[in-house]
Design a binder for this molecule. Structure first.
Ligand SMILES: [Zn+2]
Length: 157
C-alpha cells in the first residue's frame, strides 16, 4: 500500500495535485483533499538567494517545498524564483513573506483557484463557503494578485 503514496503527486488538467497520506486503515475515505501543490513565484527575490537551501526555507515557510524550478536553479535564465509548494487548503495563503529584512511578494500561478474572498486556495470566489474577510475595502479586497505571465520558456530544455 505504501507504493500508492509514492505515485503522487499527479498533474490533473495541469494542476499539480497531491494527496495527503492515506490513513492506513482507510478511515479517511471521506476526507477531502486538504493540500494542493501550486507553483509560486517570488519576483523580487534577489538572485543571491537563488540557492537551494534558501529556496527550501522559503518554500517551507509558505507550505511544504516540493520542487524548485530549474529556471531558478540555473541562474543563467532565472528572472524570478519559482518553486512548487504544497499548501494547506483550509487556511488562507500568504501574499508575502520576509526574507531577512526584504519583503517578498508571493505570486500564485493558479490564481483562478485562489479565492479572492477568503484567500484560501482550491476554490473560486463563487464557490467560497467562508464568511467574507473584513469589509471589502476596494484597496484591500482580494489582496494583490498580479497577473502572472502564462507562457513558460523554461519547460522545454
Ligand atoms: Zn474562499
Amino acid at each position: 500500500m505504501d507504493k500508492v503514496i509514492h505515485l503522487g503527486p499527479w498533474f490533473i488538467n495541469g494542476h499539480f495535485l497531491s494527496i495527503s497520506k492515506w490513513k492506513s486503515n482507510f478511515v479517511a475515505r471521506n476526507e477531502k483533499l486538504t493540500t494542493s501543490a501550486v507553483w509560486v513565484r517570488l519576483p523580487q527575490l534577489p538572485t543571491e538567494f537563488y540557492d537551494g537551501k534558501i529556496l527550501a526555507k522559503i518554500g517551507n515557510a509558505i507550505g511544504r517545498l516540493l520542487k524548485i524550478d530549474t529556471c531558478t536553479s540555473t541562474t543563467l535564465r532565472g528572472r524570478y524564483a519559482r518553486i512548487c509548494v504544497e499548501i494547506p487548503l483550509e487556511i488562507p495563503v500568504q501574499s508575502f513573506l520576509f526574507v531577512g529584512d526584504l519583503k517578498q511578494d508571493i505570486l500564485y500561478e493558479e490564481e483562478d483557484f485562489l479565492c479572492k474572498n477568503c484567500g484560501r486556495f482550491g476554490h473560486t470566489l463563487r464557490q467560497c463557503t467562508y464568511i467574507k474577510m473584513q469589509s471589502l475595502d476596494p484597496h484591500h479586497a482580494g489582496q494583490k494578485h498580479q497577473q502572472v505571465a502564462t507562457q513558460d520558456a523554461c519547460d522545454s530544455e
